[in-house]
Design a protein around this ligand. Structure first.
Ligand SMILES: NC(=O)c1ccc[n+]([C@@H]2O[C@H](COP(=O)([O-])OP(=O)(O)OC[C@H]3O[C@@H](n4cnc5c(N)ncnc54)[C@H](OP(=O)(O)O)[C@@H]3O)[C@@H](O)[C@H]2O)c1
Length: 292
């Protein structure tokens, strides 16, 4: 297949590019930044140069890490919802034979909001909050590509675990400094996935013609934050005595603390199971053992 990837310079994009090339696909990797050795869009980030594609994987987006000031929220929204709207409109200007047959657009498990201990799958309704609003707007923008006969898949991704990106390198440093510990009550659920599974499940969704709509990119074993902390401490052979109280996290990180650290989702990857995807790392202990 000919696969285009936006955000190819990022954590998931780099792994996806390597795996797709390894499987014999031809990859066009896009980056907004010059000097990356990647294909640069023309006048604006959404203006991908027209080239025949079988699939387009759209991973671009402002990092969610950091203080969610009004300006940061604006960048998070615009780089996802507005960018995806513009990208889809741009694809409409391509010759029909060049347009990708399938558009895979990133989204997040944050779509489900703070769903507590209730298990959620792809049929569950959206949740409340800024992140849920962003994910819902992002997915709606992607689905507009269906008007051009494009199959659309949205990836409701949990925390992606890898050595070279995402949250794990930072967590390792915290635990190494003795600052590892649960966040708030530790009872919030965490959806996670090993980066290798994230990429292989994404590629399987592309090649499985029956898959359209949301796909939970999450391992089958969701854990609470307390369990995650204990398993990471065990894998690193480090203590996890530290406890970050909710009020301190809120004071430091404001909205980001509530939506990303103190709340969570108990996500079931129903579509992955329906299409018979075999997780290489179905349990957290196994995933961490392979990464640390
Ligand atoms: N990693 C996770 O745990 C996780 C979990 C859930 C959802 N996701 C979603 O999956 C997608 C990929 O994740 P990732 O971890 O690979 O992200 P990442 O490492 O932060 O990479 C995202 C890429 O997006 C581009 N980008 C950054 N800021 C941008 C902006 N303001 N406007 C437009 N493009 C911008 C950059 O590419 P260029 O500068 O080269 O164009 C960057 O390499 C993201 O949309 C993320 O929200 C990730």
């Amino acid at each position: 297949m000919r696969i285009g990837i936006t955000g190819a310079s990022g954590f998931i994009g780099r792994h996806l590019t390597a795996s797709a090339i390894g499987q014999g696909h031809a990859v066009t990797a896009y980056s907004r930044r010059p000097g990356m050795g990647l294909t640069q869009p023309k006048e604006a980030p959404h203006a991908l140069p027209e080239t025949p594609l079988d699939a387009l994987v759209h991973l671009s987006g402002e990092s969610l890490m950091g203080l969610w000031t009004p300006e940061k929220r604006d960048r998070i929204w615009k780089s996802r919802v507005d960018f995806t709207e513009a990208l889809v409109a741009h694809l409409g200007t391509w010759q029909p034979e060049n347009r990708p047959k399938v558009l895979v657009c990133a989204s997040g498990a944050g779509f489900y909001g703070n769903s507590g201990a209730i298990a959620v799958d792809e049929r569950s309704p959206r949740g409340e909050g800024f992140l849920a609003d962003v994910c819902a707007g992002w997915e709606t923008a992607a689905h507009r590509a269906e008007a051009f006969g494009i199959r659309v898949i949205t990836l409701r991704t949990g925390m992606v675990l890898g050595r070279d990106g995402g949250a794990l390198p930072l967590l390792r440093r915290l635990f190494a400094s003795g600052l590892g510990g649960r966040l708030g009550s530790g009872q919030q659920w965490m959806a996670w996935i090993h980066v290798e599974d994230a990429v292989q499940l994404l590629l399987k969704a592309i090649t499985t013609a029956s898959v359209r709509g949301p796909v939970n990119l999450c391992a089958p074993e969701a854990v609470t934050n307390a369990e995650f902390t204990q398993k990471l401490a065990a894998a690193l052979h480090r203590p996890a005595f530290f406890h970050a109280p909710a009020f301190a996290l809120r004071l430091l990180l404001r909205g980001m603390a509530d939506e990303m650290l103190l709340s969570g989702q108990r996500v079931t990857p129903r579509v992955a199971m329906e299409i018979g995807y075999g997780f290489a790392h179905p349990t957290l202990s196994d995933a961490l053992a392979s990464l640390v």
